[in-house]
Design a protein. Structure first.
Length: 304
């Protein structure tokens, strides 16, 4: 369990959640991103596991699957509703993760419905194997396709095909389960907007830059603007990672709403129930403006 907001310092980790809880660890994807400044950004979780503060927990390196069943009890801990990212150091839906482990995690999430849980995967088709086990408080997410995946450079055609598949899978997940579905574009390294289109299934999206320690590598502002036009056209809440701040400090998107710094969340599940962790606010994901409204924003000067 890792708390993402520290009240004594004001520091924030993964800004869109309160805590991370990881019964699985490690990933075989080997993702990398080519940013507009020419930087090739590595997987941040992989860097933490092999060269950073998490290294002691990954004695066999990051490209290895770790199962920590003792962490299952932590998934539902605490009475205060939380936004919890389950699997921040892994892809729990990847083919390398045994189905019985995924079932154990999903069952643990079901037992703590006051919390809301985020998951992300780059193996979207795998999600369809588990729709009958997904609890209603799970926000089912996909990551936008990277530039390097499984040891090879993807062509733009391959990236677009991967993203189309992800959108189709999320639409099917939403149809079968009624769960919230979302996408993380962290970092945004290419123009996703045309592929996502106005018929996308997304209930939420997160957009970010690439980070390397304290250095950030910004996306193309046009790619940010194009994606915002699509998401705004469908009324989809958007959350900006703090590392995207320099893009908003240096670029004028021309419209007040486009220039608005956003830390927005869905307020209700698709069946109309209020999401306790969003409505009440708790810890890291609550910042200026609180989580009591769908639009938690500040003006351009307030961007981190």
């Amino acid at each position: 369990m890792t708390i993402q907001f520290h009240e004594d310092t004001g520091n924030r980790g993964i800004e869109w959640c309160d805590e991370t809880r990881n019964p699985t660890g490690g990933c075989l994807h080997g993702c990398r991103w080519v940013m507009p400044d020419g930087t090739i950004a590595n997987c941040y979780a992989g860097d933490l596991a092999e060269h950073g503060v998490a290294a002691a927990a990954y004695p066999n390196g990051f490209r290895h699957h770790y199962w920590r069943p003792h962490e299952l009890r932590q998934l539902g801990a605490e009475a205060v509703p939380r936004l919890i990212f389950s699997g921040s150091m892994s892809d729990m839906f990847a083919p390398a993760v045994p189905a019985e482990q995924v079932h154990a995690i999903l069952d643990a999430l079901r037992g703590a419905r006051h919390h809301a849980y985020h998951t992300l995967t780059k193996a979207a088709p795998q999600l369809l194997k588990y729709t009958d086990r997904m609890p209603p408080n799970l926000w089912v997410g996909v990551s936008s396709p990277p530039d390097w995946f499984m040891g090879r450079r993807l062509t733009r055609t391959q990236q677009e095909a991967m993203l189309r598949t992800s959108m189709k899978v999320l639409a099917e997940v939403r149809r079968r389960t009624g769960n919230l579905v979302w996408m993380s574009a962290e970092p945004l390294s290419w123009d996703l907007a045309a592929v996502i289109g106005s018929e996308h299934p997304l209930d939420w999206a997160v957009i970010g830059a690439a980070s390397n320690g304290r250095r950030t590598h910004q996306p193309d502002p046009a790619h940010v603007e194009n994606l915002l036009r699509v998401l705004d056209g469908t009324g989809t809440p958007v959350f900006f990672k703090g590392n995207l701040g320099p893009t908003f400090a240096s670029h004028d998107f021309g419209e007040e709403n486009r220039n608005r710094w956003r830390e927005d969340f869905p307020m209700r599940y698709r069946d109309g129930r209020e999401i306790p962790a969003v409505a009440e606010g708790s810890g890291g994901a609550s910042s200026a403006g609180g989580r009591g409204s769908a639009s938690r924003s500040c003006d351009r000067g307030g961007a981190p």
